[in-house]
Structures are given as structure tokens and as C-alpha cells.
Write a protein of this length. Structure first.
Length: 370
């Protein structure tokens, strides 16, 4: 007879069952199927969440949804969190742990400290996402190897922090604790600044440059990579940029300083510019590849695949027959009518070497060696 799993929480309420809230629900259900999850959202979202078995109960009323919960996760837009916290504080049990998923923390935590004086609110920010949104984009593996930031304060109950850390860790996230103010400063630099920089670069080339707007078809992979997030919808970013404008302003000033150095072409100094390139290259190498969702650095191959039906299937089949697993795949370049270069990532260098041998024997052009 198997022993029943001890549950960290009996009843979890998730307010906002979109990409993040829905993915949390699916991940919790996958890991702890006996936890009862109540979702709060619009009727059509809740209907879909029930169809996907992400939640056990749909509820429109925040008051009713939080009444019996022992963990409450606020996964709604940043602007609505401030409105929801007082309602949660008045209607939730004294022992319930309350957390959020907002990407700005200082203002939320300061408000929560007043509403939850016993230290049962712990700010949270899962550093993950998708180019898609909504409950249909939710996935139980969204948090696998993703960084999940928690922002406790001096009044936070240590037992609650340990419990929440273990709980989110059991969903395969990597948990880090950080001060709320430090969180906002860092995220402004590594998340909010890149978004604005991509918007500025896209508008510079596509709108302000005298020649480029009519020739965007010439934009190569580097430009496309740097401007990918310029496609983000303003509705998603409006609340975030407003809530963290002070720290974003500081990050923008530092970035502008760097751009002004580069703009000083009258005093062009190759040695200074070379130093900037070397420093930039060295700093970028310190970004862990595991940020993409893998717990260790992968080994890559660059493989050219002909533009013919079945060629990609032939590649994957050749590796599958030898039980070689592709951990990640990305299309780097496309030449219409000829083919494309794929970056294939493998668990380690030894596996990549074996994959290169197999693919070369199968007739593929392996140009990037591990």
C-alpha cells in the first residue's frame, strides 16, 4: 500500500489564470494532483482552464475564492495587484500565505506590509514567459529551470518563506531571494531596458532612417534578434513601465551614456572601441546558457539542411536511431530554395561529437564542430 503524499498546501487560489497563473496551475496539478485549485478570472478564461484541468473550481468572486485558501497567488497585471491586495487581506485566513507574480516589487511589497502585518505576504516574480499569452499558451513546464525570485522583508515569517521556496522549487524552478528595491533596479536593467532599446532601434531604422524603412527586407539575423521583443504589445508593458519608471530612468541614463561614447565619431579611437568590444564579449560570456531553461551548458552544432521535403525528418531520424537526444533546436539562417542552417544543442560535448559523426555519415553538412 502506497503512502499518500503529504501536501504542502490543501487549497490554492490563483487570481488570474492566464499564461503565468495557468502555467502555475498546470505545474501544481502535475506535481500535486490532490491540491485543490480555485481560479479567479473572466468566465471564458475559467471555462478554458476547467477544460484543460488546470483548476478544480471556477470563481468570479475574489472574496469567496480566498476564504478557505492556504496559498493565494495573485497572477494578475501589476496595476490590478494593488486593488486586489486589500480585498485579499480582509477575506483570507490569518495563516494563508499570499504571493504575487508581478515584475515590479517595491511598491507592491510596501503596500502588502501594511495589509499583512504578520509577515504572510511574500512578493514573487517568475522570470519566464512566452511570445504567446492567455490560458491556451499555459504549460506545466514553463517554470522548469526558470529563475523564480522571492522578495521577503524583515517581517516575513521564516517558516512561510521556507515553505514557499520548497513549493516553487518542487515545480522545477530555481528559487532566489532578493530585496524588493534591489529587484526593481536589476529587472529595470535586464528586462525593462532591453524592451525599450528594441523599440527605439526598430523605430530608428524603420521610421527615422532616411533609407532603411523601404529596405527592411535587408535586415539580417542580428537585427532580427535584437528587435524580436519590439513586437511586444504596449498593453502588456504599460503597467510595468509606469510602476518602475524611476529605476528604468536610471538604467536608460547609463545606456545613453554608452551610446554617446559610440556616437563621438569625431574623436574615433579604435583602441578604445576595441576595448569596449572585448569587455562586451567577456561580459556576455558570463550569461549562463541555463537561463534558457537548461540546468547546465549545452554543446552546439551548426547543421545545413537542404530545402527539400523530409530533410529535417531525415536528420532527426538519423539521431533517434542511435538514441541521440536533441536538447534544443533553432533555425539560424534560411536561403530560400537552398535550405537553412540549424543550431542543434546536445547535453554535452561527447554527445555533440557523436551527433556530428552520425549526421556527417548521413550526408549532412556539419559546419559547427563541438
Amino acid at each position: 500500500m502506497t503512502q499518500r503524499q503529504t501536501l504542502p498546501f490543501q487549497h490554492v487560489t490563483i487570481i488570474g489564470v492566464g499564461l503565468i497563473g495557468g502555467s502555475l496551475a498546470l505545474a501544481i496539478k502535475h506535481r500535486f494532483p490532490d491540491i485543490q485549485i480555485t481560479g479567479v478570472d473572466k468566465p471564458h478564461v475559467l471555462k478554458r482552464a476547467l477544460q484543460r484541468n488546470a483548476i478544480d473550481k471556477a470563481e468570479r468572486s475574489v472574496k469567496r475564492a480566498v476564504h478557505t485558501a492556504d496559498l493565494i497567488i495573485v497572477a494578475s497585471p501589476v496595476s490590478s495587484i494593488a486593488k486586489l491586495l486589500p480585498v485579499i487581506a480582509r477575506n483570507s485566513a490569518a495563516h494563508a500565505i499570499v504571493t504575487d507574480t508581478g515584475s515590479v516589487k517595491q511598491a507592491i511589497v510596501e503596500q502588502a506590509q501594511k495589509l499583512f502585518p504578520h509577515g504572510n505576504f511574500i512578493g514573487g516574480h517568475p522570470m519566464t514567459g512566452s511570445e504567446f499569452s492567455g490560458i491556451d499558451a499555459a504549460h506545466e513546464l514553463l517554470f522548469q529551470n526558470a529563475i523564480y525570485l522571492l522578495t521577503p522583508t524583515r517581517v516575513t515569517k521564516k517558516q512561510s518563506l521556507r515553505l514557499l521556496t520548497k513549493f516553487f522549487g518542487s515545480l522545477d524552478a530555481r528559487i532566489f531571494t532578493i530585496k524588493p528595491s534591489k529587484h526593481d533596479s536589476i529587472i529595470a536593467a535586464v528586462s525593462h531596458l532591453p524592451q525599450l532599446a528594441a523599440v527605439a532601434l526598430m523605430n530608428t531604422v524603420g521610421k527615422d532612417h532616411p533609407d532603411a524603412p523601404n529596405h527592411l527586407a535587408l535586415a539580417a539575423g542580428g537585427f532580427r534578434d535584437m528587435t524580436r521583443i519590439a513586437s511586444s504589445k504596449f498593453e502588456i508593458w504599460n503597467d510595468i513601465l509606469s510602476a518602475n519608471q524611476k529605476e528604468i530612468g536610471k538604467a536608460l541614463q547609463l545606456y545613453i551614456r554608452q551610446l554617446k561614447k559610440l556616437a563621438n565619431v569625431a574623436n574615433f579611437n579604435p583602441s578604445h572601441l576595441a576595448a569596449d568590444f572585448r569587455i562586451s564579449r567577456k561580459l556576455r560570456s558570463r550569461i549562463p546558457l541555463s537561463m534558457k531553461g537548461f540546468s547546465s551548458q549545452l554543446a552546439d552544432l551548426a547543421v545545413f539542411v537542404d530545402d527539400k521535403p523530409g530533410q529535417l525528418a531525415r536528420l532527426t531520424s538519423a539521431l533517434a536511431k542511435k538514441k541521440v537526444n536533441i536538447k534544443d533546436m533553432e533555425l539560424l539562417k534560411v536561403r530560400e530554395g537552398r535550405g537553412g542552417t540549424f543550431r542543434l544543442s546536445f547535453e554535452n560535448r561527447n554527445v555533440a561529437v557523436e551527433a556530428a559523426r552520425i549526421l556527417q555519415k548521413a550526408g549532412f553538412d556539419v559546419s559547427g564542430k563541438p
